[in-house]
Design a protein around this ligand. Structure first.
Ligand code: UDP
Length: 357
């Protein structure tokens, strides 16, 4: 017979945050920052896209061996409910989703089912357990090829160009609707969507970082894997764009800075400082950096030469996107701090750590 314990919290107890997808790249950095800010964290992950490397790293960095870990799939509603029954959850940060654009085009059913059902289950459990604060990890991909730069949170979203991008837009809308529908109910849900620009880098300890499976799609893991010798040559996709050096412009945000934005957003929710039931914030640096600039900065800060070549444009890439970060700066009291050089040094330290060098 299973008995469920309902935890009754007193005021003095630390708030508990459920991090779904907490063993992954962003989730592990967020878990570290939440714990160092005094939160209790419960991690849920189905381990479909990671191994225990980062979760073990989180335990080492925080000195906490007792972080509750549920190896569950958030698409399994019974498992999600059990987790909420066993823990008094004050806020959820939802990362548990598939994230490869190309794969989503090939496998749309898998992407829609996974990314939507897991989020719906989290929301339903939040609602039926007396309400909760929910932070959704969204993406700058919702802006598409914006006409005016930098983009603000008011910049219109453009139709998504992949099922992955579409799930980000749909989950934002689902969260907004659930917040509205539950506002006066016994299970009110409040929500924040954070729209990330390009998260890069690793924790300064080099104990956690990005661990892509197979050939990396993203620029920085491809750079570090080329530098370590796992890949022969980096292709810079397109040098004939209408930018100063012809390569695309992005807003590369340090992973630890990004993680701190989550702590600021969670505090805003649990401390009752939200101005609306549903809010959106851009999380970037506000500075555009070209692919070529990033590559040369990587070479310079790490004192090495990277084998790269210019290659044709990658289908689906936008020319340029960067964030207007004023809302996050003013409302969350958060600002990106780490320089791109320090971030690139941390990415290289992590790659060497993985290689045992
Ligand atoms: N990029 C590149 N070579 C690679 C991977 C990426 O030149 O091997 C470029 C890509 O075309 C884009 C930028 O790097 O201009 C950032 O791409 P990434 O996939 O990291 O993030 P995205 O902005 O597409 O989400």
């Amino acid at each position: 017979m299973t008995t469920f314990v309902r935890y009754v919290k007193t005021q003095a107890m630390a708030k508990t945050v459920l991090v779904s997808g907490g063993a992954g790249y962003i989730g592990s950095h967020v878990t570290v920052e939440l714990i160092s800010a005094g939160y209790e964290v419960v991690v849920a992950d189905n381990m479909s896209n990671c191994d225990m490397t980062c979760f073990e790293g989180v335990k080492k960095i925080t000195g906490r061996n007792d972080i509750p870990f549920y190896q569950i799939d958030c698409c399994d509603y019974a498992a999600v409910t059990r987790l909420f029954d066993e823990n008094r959850i004050d806020a959820v940060i939802h990362f548990a989703a598939f994230k490869a654009v190309g794969e989503s085009v090939a496998e749309p059913i898998m992407y829609y089912r996974n990314n939507l059902v897991s989020f719906l289950n989290i929301l339903e459990a939040a609602k039926t357990h007396g309400g909760c604060n929910v932070l959704f990890s969204s993406s700058a991909t919702v802006y598409g090829e914006a006409e005016v730069l930098p983009v603000t949170e008011q910049t219109p979203r453009l139709p998504a160009t992949s099922p992955y991008g579409n799930t980000k837009q749909m989950c934002e809308d689902i969260l907004r609707d659930v917040v509205l529908a539950t506002a006066t109910s016994e299970g009110p849900v409040k929500g924040i969507a954070l729209r990330y620009f390009n998260p890069i880098g690793a924790h300064p300890s080099a104990l956690i970082g990005e661990l892509p499976r197979g050939v990396p799609n993203n620029l920085v893991p491809f750079i570090t894997q080329t530098a370590i010798g796992k890949r022969e040559c980096l292709s810079i996709f397109g040098n004939d764009y209408d930018t100063e050096d012809g390569t695309c412009l992005r807003d590369y945000i340090d992973i630890v800075d990004l993680a701190k934005a989550h702590v600021a957003a969670v505090s805003r929710m649990v401390d009752g400082r939200m101005k609306e039931g549903y809010e959106i914030f851009n999380v970037g640096t506000g500075r555009p950096v070209s692919v070529y600039e990033l590559v040369t900065a990587f070479e310079k800060v790490n004192g090495l030469k990277l084998n790269y070549k210019f290659a044709p444009r990658r289908p689906g890439d936008v020319v340029a996107i960067w964030a207007d970060t004023r809302l996050a700066n003013d409302e969350l009291g958060w600002k990106a701090e780490r320089s791109v050089e320090d971030t690139l040094a941390s990415a290289w330290a992590w790659e060497r750590h993985l290689a045992g060098k």
